[in-house]
Design a binder for this molecule. Structure first.
Ligand SMILES: NC(=O)c1ccc[n+]([C@@H]2O[C@H](COP(=O)([O-])OP(=O)(O)OC[C@H]3O[C@@H](n4cnc5c(N)ncnc54)[C@H](OP(=O)(O)O)[C@@H]3O)[C@@H](O)[C@H]2O)c1
Length: 297
């Protein structure tokens, strides 16, 4: 595939620093998603043609002019979006579908909380839950008044400052004392105890990031009577058959909402690939809202 644009993910910063090597067999080049045009197709692949404009989920290799993609990881460009906009979608859409709707099994009417509501994952999660589970209550945390306001604009019923407020107490207040049914967490160890406190009976904590460390103690005695579950998972290292299943689920459930304009790409800025260093700096400083996109050609 000839790459038109790619987008940053927090994992790219870790890979650049040597902490997140690509899974075996994946490209050493950074980049977990891109958009572009199919240039060649392997024998036996059906459903796609040379010249099709697509976007895709990658295990690596997105910051490049050309990329080799398993057919099961391709997605069409949603109606009404440009190639550049579509480059911002695959990683966050697939991560949110997989962790909130598939693993977390969020049901309509349940309460959902995402930490880092103004980030790439957070901006997608808020909109996706509003679109697919319209009776659900959507809570999020963020670090500044401007980001909290942006989360509310995107559809969060309550945006909680992780710096100035107690998210456990606020989650209970916002759910008539029940707590959160599905909590999507980027912080890991630092928030583990508080995340479990914030859960409702039968609540599901889905940990997808370790921004607050990897090791913590867990009080199983507090979990058993409340029937809590903890899931911890990454998308990148999964076998391609599992990724194809996630991509198919994302296409079936999120793509129609994107095409209908009920979920919009949230793009902080679009920079040429040559400016990749300043793009990484802006994600490192968390000065962005949503996604940072790089144009390749
Ligand atoms: N497991 C997987 O398959 C998978 C896939 C994709 C992403 N991820 C993970 O998901 C997380 C988000 O990724 P992303 O690409 O969306 O990154 P991002 O855009 O850089 O977002 C990171 C978010 O972390 C928030 N944050 C920082 N400190 C916080 C704290 N103390 N409490 C709550 N939130 C805090 C930031 O909030 P403010 O900016 O408001 O400070 C920001 O919204 C990362 O940890 C990433 O590694 C995992």
């Amino acid at each position: 595939m000839e790459v038109a644009a790619t987008a940053l993910n927090r994992a790219d910063l870790m890979q650049r620093q040597g902490f997140y090597p690509p899974p075996p067999g994946a490209s050493e080049i950074i980049g977990l998603e891109c958009s572009g045009t199919i240039a060649e197709i392997a024998d036996g692949v059906t459903g796609w043609s040379v010249g099709d404009q697509v976007c895709c989920l990658l295990a690596g290799g997105g910051y490049a002019e050309q990329v080799l993609v398993p057919a099961g990881q391709l997605l069409p460009i949603p109606a009404g979006l440009s190639l550049v906009e579509a480059a911002s979608l695959p990683e966050v859409a697939c991560t949110v579908w997989s962790n909130v709707f598939d693993i977390g099994a969020l049901r309509d009417g349940e309460t959902f909380l995402v930490h880092g509501g103004a980030g790439g994952i957070g901006t997608m999660a808020i909109q996706a839950v509003r679109a697919l589970r319209p009776a659900s209550r959507v809570l999020c945390t963020a670090g500044s008044p401007a980001k909290l306001a942006r989360c509310r604009e995107l559809g969060a019923h309550a945006a909680i400052s992780y710096k100035d407020e107690d998210f456990v107490a606020r989650s209970k207040e916002e759910s008539d004392g029940r707590g959160v049914d599905v909590l999507l967490d980027n912080m890991g160890a630092k928030y583990l105890a508080r995340n479990l406190d914030a859960l409702a009976l039968d609540g599901r904590l889905v940990i997808i990031g370790l921004q607050g460390g990897a090791k913590a103690e867990i009080n199983l005695g507090a979990m058993l009577p409340r029937r809590l579950s903890v899931h911890a998972t990454t998308l990148r290292g999964r076998p391609k058959e599992q990724k194809a299943r996630v991509v198919a689920g994302t296409r079936a459930e999120l793509w129609p909402a994107i095409a209908a304009g009920r979920i919009r790409p949230v793009i902080d800025c679009v920079l040429p690939l040559d400016d990749v260093a300043s793009a990484h700096r802006s994600v490192e400083e968390s000065s962005h809202v949503g996604k940072v996109v790089l144009t390749v050609r």
